[in-house]
Design a binder for this molecule. Structure first.
Ligand SMILES: Nc1ncnc2c1ncn2[C@@H]1O[C@H](COP(=O)(O)OP(=O)(O)OP(=O)(O)O)[C@@H](O)[C@H]1O
Ligand SMILES: [Mg+2]
Length: 235
């Protein structure tokens, strides 16, 4: 089943992004005030006092809330992405090596990049986050182990990076909600449902998009299309 963008899907995602981004942005400002006052209050307290450690708990909770609002802001595309030249094969190779070291030994990443790929313009840290979310999902989809395919090629003014797995694939009722924030089928404490929302937002900030092909029992393939500057059809 192909779940490329339909205009209905796009509209729903735009509405979600506006809502999530607006709420996250305002709450972020309030969190800044809570953090600031908690820090000020803490300064006047004995480090050994109960109140000092209570303030510390407030600051830790603010830290957790801020990382959540940051992820939602990333999804909502509000923050402009840094624009530097990014050589994707290098970035992907480094990321794969780092992730493989932390993954179960039964998971392999099989990378194949077409030579002479154009550079893209973007924010390397965010692109890394995008691809790491896709690779980690692919690994999660293969609890018994397997190979994650990672390929990159040029296609019609875009650099197309695909991440494919040999997992169970997804039924339409999952595929339909994939990119929505907080949509997860993983048990509590295992998934937040923000990985693909973040990936969606990051691709959009770069003038790109994500396409998905999946079928139950046949694995999944996520394709990220990022404009290759200087090519017709790209921004
Ligand atoms: N490669 C895949 N194969 C099968 N299902 C997938 C795959 N990638 C994503 N999904 C489904 O999409 C859901 C949403 O993915 P997403 O990355 O947004 O959240 P998550 O992985 O559940 O949690 P998080 O990424 O925040 O830890 C997953 O819970 C899973 O059901
Ligand atoms: Mg995930």
């Amino acid at each position: 089943m192909a779940t490329g963008k339909t205009s209905e899907l796009e509209r729903r995602m735009d509405a979600l992004a506006r809502l999530a981004g607006g709420v996250a942005h305002d709450i972020n400002n309030m969190l800044g005030a809570i953090e600031g006052y908690a820090t000020l209050a803490q300064r006047g307290l004995q480090p050994s006092s109960q109140l000092h450690s209570d303030m510390e708990e407030i600051r830790k909770a603010v830290g957790r809330a801020t990382s959540l609002t940051r992820r939602l802001i990333l999804f909502s595309s509000r923050q402009p992405a840094l624009k530097v030249k990014v050589e994707l094969p290098g970035l992907l190779e480094e990321l794969s090596a780092r992730l493989t070291a932390g993954l179960r030994p039964e998971i392999r990443i099989g990378a194949s990049f077409k030579p002479g790929l154009p550079e893209v313009q973007g924010d390397p840290q965010r692109l890394e986050l995008l691809f790491s979310n896709l690779l980690l999902n692919a690994a999660d989809a293969m609890p018994g182990g397997g190979t994650i395919g990672l390929a990159a090629e040029e296609a019609g003014g875009f650099v197309k990076v695909s991440v494919s797995d040999q997992g169970p694939g997804m039924p339409p009722e999952v595929a339909e909600h994939l990119f929505e924030p907080f949509f997860t089928t993983k048990p509590k404490g295992k998934g937040t449902g923000l990985g693909l929302a973040e990936a969606y937002g990051i691709a959009r900030q770069h003038g790109g998009r994500i396409e998905v092909s999946t079928a139950e029992g046949r694995g999944s393939e996520f394709r990220v299309l990022l404009p290759a500057p200087g090519h017709a059809g790209s921004s």
